[in-house]
Design a protein around this ligand. Structure first.
Ligand code: NIG
Ligand code: FE
Length: 425
């Protein structure tokens, strides 16, 4: 694997990238604004061949064909001969803050136990919660920062991270404070989702109502008062949080200004998609178990269908019906779901390979799903997701590669040579 360099742009710095083989995902000043792509439009990735791009003060200043490049003053000139340049990935669904891997459960699953059986035995999310609550905040931060740097080296330039392994007031606050520190220090935009409703803690096994009350009456007010979360998440699933519980939680989240972004229809046709749409969720995520009814519910809504095929791959369950969703005229967002149980990888390039080979998305659709649509799924569409004058210059420069399709084709390898970061402010 090639080493990736990451460079942060400082005040008053100008970087000129020249001889770009293909500048992908461009939006021109006069074009109608594109906040997200749906249906047939997902197949189109507007690009300029043999291009240049100028970054100034961390923002995209201008770009065009090499034939239009005029004399420019620049602090650094990067010759991108043979290389592609595109917006950095926006990974809109991760659980990157966790204390330890769960490789022993991986082996249990190989031997025949299901994800749900492991959860019923007190493993899974509860296993991660025990380990997280035993770890101090600074160690949790150090480990999480290492993970974040690793995915940035693979092209991630904005990320959403969830709580949900605390499952008690102190544990949830600890996770959210770690996410806040990551946001302050990582150099990329970081959004936080509050996911105390990830699993019922053992002590509430026979008092589920009591745990919902704890989330609503004690955790949410503290999380909101400290401004620790952007979104409200619930693992809406049979055996986890049902429809009535999800509705109560989403209503309570809204009262504190937290938009819903929920786990839905991973293991069953649970009604999660419908409840997400009803409560104006920004996105409904997973969607392995989705058919005509759920597609019907999404049609006409602003809720983004976010597919997490890395989790389906790793759990060996059915993949999401991306083609039916796109063919119905809907948008599709892809995200990694990076977590220690169902997807211990935050590598977006691997996600692209799975989306192309298993979900039958074209490389253009898959790249749209992790750039423009990924940005929309975390409300960063004004800042990221396309190459547009004024947007934050969080950019990928690839190795020399023959084509765009080569990125998902060359699976398991890192096509990213350099990540340019225009800062996080
Ligand atoms: O998105 N399904 C719920 N939550 C995570 C998995 C969490 C875990 O197993 O630790 C997911 O797959
Ligand atoms: Fe998840």
């Amino acid at each position: 694997m090639c080493a990736t360099t990451t460079s942060l742009i400082f005040e008053a710095m100008r970087q000129l990238i020249t001889n770009i083989k293909q500048l992908c995902q461009v939006e021109h000043a006069g074009d109608p604004p594109r906040n997200r792509l749906a249906g047939k439009d997902m197949a189109i990735l507007p690009s300029i061949a043999n291009a240049w791009l100028l970054v100034e003060n961390g923002r995209i200043h201008s770009f065009g064909e090499m034939s239009t490049l005029q004399e420019q003053q620049a602090d650094e000139v990067i010759n991108a001969t043979g290389k592609f340049v595109m917006p950095a990935w926006c990974d809109s669904h991760t659980h990157l803050v966790f204390a330890a891997p769960r490789d022993e459960e991986f082996v249990d699953r190989i031997r025949g136990l299901s994800y749900e059986e492991i959860a019923r035995r007190g493993g899974g999310i509860l296993n991660s919660a025990r380990k997280l609550n035993a770890m101090d905040e600074s160690e949790l931060y150090d480990q999480s920062l290492l993970r974040l740097h690793k995915v940035m080296a693979q092209g991630t330039g904005a990320i959403e991270i969830k709580s949900g392994y605390g499952l008690c007031l102190e544990g949830e606050l600890k996770m959210l404070r770690v996410i806040r520190r990551l946001r302050e220090n990582a150099g990329i935009p970081v959004k936080a989702s509050f996911l105390a409703a990830h699993a019922y803690p053992v002590e509430y096994r026979d008092n589920k109502e009591g745990y919902i009350d704890l989330i609503i009456n004690e955790m949410l007010p503290r999380v909101a008062a400290e401004g620790l979360a952007d979104y409200m998440d619930v693992f809406c699933e049979q055996g986890f949080f049902g429809i009535p519980e999800t509705e109560r939680l989403l209503e309570a989240g809204w009262k504190h200004g937290l938009k819903p972004k929920i786990h839905a229809n991973q293991l069953h046709h649970s009604g999660g998609v419908e409840v997400g749409v009803k409560h104006h969720a920004l996105s409904v995520d997973h969607l392995e178990c989705v058919g005509a009814e759920e597609i019907g519910a999404l049609t006409g809504s602003t809720t983004m269908p976010t597919l997490l095929p890395g989790a389906a791959f790793f759990l060996g369950i059915q993949y999401q019906p991306a083609r039916s969703i796109i063919d119905a005229g809907l948008p599709v967002c892809l995200a990694t779901d990076y977590n220690p149980g169902s997807c211990p990888s935050g590598n977006v390039q691997l996600l692209l390979s799975i989306a192309c080979t298993q979900l039958k998305m074209t490389p253009e659709e898959a790249i749209n799903a992790v750039t423009i649509n990924g940005a929309a799924a975390i409300e960063l569409e004004q800042e990221m997701g396309t190459i547009k004058t004024g947007k934050r210059a969080n950019l990928i420069i690839t190795n020399p590669i023959p084509s765009l399709a080569y990125i998902p084709y060359d699976y398991g390898n890192n096509a990213v040579e350099r990540l340019i970061l225009g800062g996080s402010k």
